[in-house]
Design a protein around this ligand. Structure first.
Ligand SMILES: Nc1ncnc2c1ncn2[C@@H]1O[C@H](COP(=O)(O)OP(=O)(O)O)[C@@H](O)[C@H]1O
Ligand SMILES: [Mg+2]
Length: 300
């Protein structure tokens, strides 16, 4: 299961404006890979070139050695591309929609029931697509991309415009796809989503890859201070500032925030003082990595 993907020197321009600039990466079989960056970064253009749906100006893509732009049927059967939900036939029910895709790909009809289950849409099987909620339509679009049991799945901003609950539900679906051994390539402008799901991420901005690694390694590379949060009044500010290893201590949003690169010493000292009320500890996030890389706030 899964496929090896090799992308080398991909470049794309519209009207002489370069929007994807010499992008290279490799994806291992079974990997969950994220292309992340703000709107307009070049994620969709890159993804479409990797899917073989858009011809690059220069550069090459192979999936298990085959160029996806060749539309080789052997390869196409192994690839699932999530369609925009606007591509549905509105008058069809969820089940009929899936049956159409199954027929298109010559997939067994039994796959339709399995996909309804995977997408959590069994009780909506008879509902017209136009009457599904945004989250349900999104899950149906992913189910349609999977009905032929591909081992590589491409998803372009699958959770855009979903509410937090629907997003979490969809994360579970995506994790289960990957747990089954599929290679998953996702684009997102939600840094938290990439951090929660991806084995590795390429951070893209202005058409260029700025960094490529696991979210954990990127965050470690920042060597950013850890933020220790306590209930206000747990400790006097001056006392907190005087502890060895403390960079700063301030009241923020009804909490005492102590920043340090040596959380072990500071927490030990706080424990010795019996000053741990309301304790929570937060490290840096992928958003901080983005900020550090580009020198500006993340603009989703
Ligand atoms: N068909 C097109 N014609 C002209 N410009 C385009 C076209 N598609 C995308 N672009 C431009 O290329 C850049 C990257 O777009 P895109 O790949 O869609 O970014 P993302 O998916 O990261 O939001 C944007 O500036 C966008 O306006
Ligand atoms: Mg896009």
């Amino acid at each position: 299961m899964g496929a090896h993907i090799e992308v080398a020197g991909l470049t794309m321009a519209y009207d002489d404006v370069v929007v994807v600039d010499d992008v290279s990466f490799q994806i291992a079989p079974g990997e969950f890979f994220g292309l992340i960056g703000p709107n307009g970064a070049g994620k969709t253009t890159t993804l479409e070139m990797v899917e073989g749906l858009r011809r690059p100006l220069s550069g090459t893509v192979t999936i298990d050695g085959i160029d996806p732009a060749s539309r080789d049927p052997k390869l196409l059967r192994r690839i699932g591309v999530q369609l925009q939900t606007s591509a549905f036939f509105e008058r069809l029910t969820a089940r009929e929609q899936l049956q159409s895709f199954a027929a298109l790909y010559d997939a067994p009809r039994a796959a339709v029931g399995a996909m309804l289950e995977l997408a959590g849409l069994e009780d909506k099987a008879g509902t017209q697509t136009s009457d599904l909620s945004g989250g349900q339509r999104q899950r149906l679009s992913i189910a349609c991309a999977l009905v032929h049991d591909p081992d590589v799945v491409f998803l372009d901003e699958p959770t855009a415009s979903l509410d937090p609950q629907a997003r979490r539900n969809l994360w579970d679906v995506l994790r289960s796809l990957n747990d089954d051994g599929r290679t998953v390539i996702l684009t997102t402008h939600h840094m938290d989503e990439a951090q929660a799901l991806c084995d590795r991420v390429a951070i893209i901005d202005g058409g260029k890859i700025l960094q490529l690694d696991s979210p954990a390694a990127l965050i470690r590379g920042l060597n950013a201070p850890v933020r220790i949060s306590l209930a206000p009044g747990t400790l006097a500010l001056e006392e907190a500032r005087g502890l060895s290893g403390v960079i700063s201590a301030d009241l923020e949003n009804d909490a005492l925030i102590v920043a340090t690169r040596d959380p072990v010493s500071v927490l030990t000292a706080l424990a010795g003082l019996g000053a741990l009320e309301g304790l929570s500890v937060a490290g840096a996030s992928l958003e901080d990595v983005f900020l550090e890389l580009t020198g500006r706030e993340y603009r989703a």
